[in-house]
Design a protein around this ligand. Structure first.
Ligand SMILES: [Zn+2]
Ligand SMILES: [Zn+2]
Length: 402
């Protein structure tokens, strides 16, 4: 049977939100984020930040229903953004995306602005599993065609964002990516590694203002002094609002009339070599290169308030003589027949340096000498138990003539 599109659409109407999805705001209010009747799927990004210094998490309480106050709605749960880097209040910019697909599945993800890694908040839920308290049906918005829905929801989102004020958009702090090499010994025993970086800090000439002494700041023409651009994109099914910092004024909204001669107006200048030290626990870099993050040791952000992170990829150089298996280290001591017959003291490489080892006379090929406690730490605790080193004797036979 062949059906026309029109008929198919009539039988399978465009899925839409059955109630408002709202967010708890100050005073126990439910501020609609997505309005009832919105065509699905839909996705909305909302920017959050911290309200006190060093705040590590933000809790987002999502609600479902049509009531104005929190208790007049059904709670969809509290979604927690955690591991926010330590920073001054308002400095972290967390983009939270709420997405509802055509099957009414709601998922919340968050990421720090300027970073790629997304954090899924809680488990996805299905809105069909939630009943909502009755609400004033007379205020129920008229369900309209999908295209009109999209316009409505855009206006609604814009109004919602207006009520929160335009988010301040600052370019993300700049990370520094570098690498370091460990010897086998350092990797097995753990170490404190030093790396040298040259990072941007506040320009000493202009103290970060970017201005030449006595110069004034003028409004940035590119962004009309706003510092950011709002980008609204969307298809008939998905609406997405983003804010992007103005590249001309770097999000400041103003430019120096006469820029600083050292930094050219950015307010930031290279500081010269800086040494950073960081601890590497035993063994963790042995299997594969491992990335370490030194929070807020990178380039200074343009507002002079917070630094980006330093990422260090640490690789381990293999040792030609020593191999690790479990907590034990294995090596080979090669003796000729004469040495094996007489025995004696031989130098054996260990991760603690070369060690003189006594070999008894008439030692056999394959004999194993155990050097107790010269293996790897059994955990990542530095002064804990260590395994042993197994030294296998190889007796090299003179190639006897036939
Ligand atoms: Zn300067
Ligand atoms: Zn600008």
């Amino acid at each position: 049977m062949f059906r026309t599109n029109a008929k198919t659409n009539a039988e399978h109407p465009q899925p839409q939100l059955l109630h408002n999805v709202a967010i708890e705001t100050t005073g126990g209010r439910a501020s609609p984020l997505l309005e009832k009747g919105t065509a699905l799927p839909v996705e909305i990004m909302q920017l959050f930040s911290t309200t006190v210094d060093d705040q590590r998490q933000i809790i987002i309480h999502l609600l479902y229903g049509g009531g104005r106050m929190v208790e007049e709605n059904t709670s969809l749960g509290k979604f927690v953004v955690d591991n926010i880097p330590i920073a001054l209040q308002g400095a972290p910019k967390i983009e939270v995306v709420v997405r509802v697909d055509a099957q009414q599945n709601l998922a919340v993800t968050a990421k720090e602005r300027g970073r790629r890694r997304k954090q899924q908040l809680g488990q996805p839920i299905n809105l069909l599993d939630y009943e909502v308290p009755p609400y004033d049906e007379t205020k129920r918005p008229q369900l309209s065609a999908p295209y009109q829905d999209r316009t409505n929801i855009r206006k609604r989102i814009e109004n919602f964002l207006k009520s929160f004020g335009r988010p301040e958009v600052i370019p993300a702090p700049q990370r520094i990516v570098t690498s370091a090499e460990l010897s086998f010994r350092e990797a097995v025993l753990g170490t404190t590694k030093k790396v040298e970086i040259n990072r941007l800090g506040i320009c000493p000439t202009c103290k970060g203002t970017g201005e030449s002494a006595g110069s004034q700041r003028v409004k940035c023409k590119t962004c009309k002094g706003r510092g950011s651009f709002r980008i609204v994109t969307g298809t008939s099914q998905v609406n997405f609002i983003q804010y992007k910092a103005c590249a001309e004024c770097m999000g400041r909204g103003t430019l120096p009339k006469v820029p600083c001669s050292q930094c050219g107006g950015s307010g930031l200048a290279l500081e010269g070599a800086t040494q950073l030290e960081f601890p590497i626990p035993p063994r963790i870099t042995l299997e594969q290169p491992t990335r370490f993050r030194l929070p807020e040791e990178g380039h200074m952000r343009l507002d002079g308030k917070v630094r980006g992170d330093v990422f260090i990829k640490v690789q381990t150089t293999r040792d030609p003589n020593l191999t690790l298996s479990g907590d034990d280290i294995y090596s080979v001591l090669r003796l000729n027949e004469e040495q094996a017959a007489h025995g004696g003291t031989f130098s054996v490489p260990t991760i603690d340096g070369n060690l003189d080892v006594d070999v008894p006379p008439n030692v056999q090929h394959g004999h194993v000498i155990i050097l107790a406690g010269l293996g790897a730490p059994s955990g990542i605790v530095v002064d804990g138990q260590r395994g042993d080193q197994h030294v296998t004797i190889q007796v090299l036979r003179m190639s006897a003539p036939f």
